[in-house]
Ligand binder design. Structure first.
Ligand code: NAP
Length: 317
């Protein structure tokens, strides 16, 4: 049987890299689109056996080029997303206009499956530009491609993430750490391999026209997540609840950095729990292979943030 051709946008990111490995191991062909082949080529090339992966450099709004790629695809997966805006890389362009354009093209060229990754807990976060743009993106896709599959994950973590790894790096340099909203915001972290396995199943089976909220097996508050990470890297830090107006002043300065650790918009988002709304099915209605526990999984890669680095690595039999 001819391998299905999966076109992936945002393939060099955390989910993309893991997904390329999983899809190509199942004999599916992948075309990975990146903005910068020179910068991301080495990350992408090592994710698959030769012959299974084609890497294409393209601007996401280069319509003729994107159309050319869509025409050759059986499956299209959109993983492009940002957490903060910089110039034209704004939420409207990335989370609304691009998914709308891509879903229209996929419909026009009879692409068999369109899978889009949105986010969990965005319905209530009316003051967050990120949340609003992700929601508008979902609405646009549903209008253009009614059989689209939309996944709405809670935090995705792995050794390739920007979440646990960034927090552990910050704990190594900061003696105190701020807690927003007393650290009470709830999350249900999902391991990257679990969402990738779900996406691979969805590529291979007959599911169509589904919106699914994707969560891990545990509900953890932001404070519990921080305490777990600190325990794992054997560090003690003073956790200080800070008033939101101070958090916003700090975020105003952070926003000037090339990669801000937190923005004012993310502080807005943290006001709302990141747990299923009850409006959609969850990944647990779909299957039951989502058992990876946060502490067990982070323990496997956290050792480089401990004082004795690789010498403190736990031995696995
Ligand atoms: N990670 C999470 O905790 C989480 C939670 C909820 C939802 N999501 C959503 O899941 C999706 C994938 O997440 P991820 O963690 O894999 O993201 P990621 O690691 O940040 O990767 C996103 C990818 O998007 C591409 N990208 C970013 N800005 C772009 C732009 N202006 N034009 C074109 N491409 C751009 C980049 O690829 P190139 O640099 O190669 O072009 C990057 O590799 C995103 O939509 C995200 O919002 C993630």
């Amino acid at each position: 049987m001819k391998p299905k051709n999966c076109l992936i946008f945002g393939a060099s990111g955390q989910i993309g890299r893991n997904l390329i490995r999983g899809l190509t191991m199942k004999n599916l062909k992948v075309t990975a689109v990146t903005r910068n082949l020179h910068q991301k080529g080495y990350i992408l090339k090592t994710q698959a056996n030769p012959g299974y992966l084609e890497i294409v450099e393209a601007n996401m709004f280069d319509l003729p080029k994107i159309e050319e790629l869509v025409v050759k695809s059986d499956v299209c997966i959109n993983l492009i997303g940002i957490l903060f805006e910089k110039g034209k890389n704004n939420f409207t362009n990335i989370h609304e206009k691009f998914p709308s354009m891509l879903s229209k093209l996929c419909y026009k060229h009879n692409v068999n499956k369109f899978i889009h990754i949105s986010a969990l807990g965005i319905e209530k976060a009316v003051n967050s530009k990120y949340a609003k743009s992700k929601l508008n993106g979902e609405d646009g896709i549903k209008k253009n491609f009614k059989d689209a599959i939309i996944l709405k994950p809670s935090i995705i973590y792995s050794v390739d993430d920007n979440f646990t790894t960034m927090l552990m790096s910050l704990f190594n340099i900061l003696p105190i750490f701020p807690l927003y909203y007393q650290g009470k915001t709830k999350f249900m972290p999902l391991h990257c391999k679990d969402i990738c396995n779900l996406i691979i199943d969805l590529v291979e089976n007959n599911t169509k026209g589904e919106t699914m909220e994707c969560v891990g097996p545990e509900e953890l508050s932001f404070k519990q997540i921080i305490e777990t990470l600190l325990k794992l890297i054997e560090k003690k830090r003073l956790l200080i609840p800070i008033p939101i107006f101070i958090a916003n002043i700090m975020a105003t300065f952070f926003q000037c950095l090339p990669k801000p650790p937190i923005t004012k918009d993310q502080i807005q988002l943290l006001l709302y729990d990141n747990i299923p709304s009850g409006k959609y099915k969850t990944n647990f209605d779909y299957g039951n292979n989502f058992h990876s526990k946060f502490e067990n999984e982070v323990e496997k890669y956290c050792y480089m943030w401990k004082d004795s680095g690789e010498y403190s690595k736990k031995k696995y039999k």
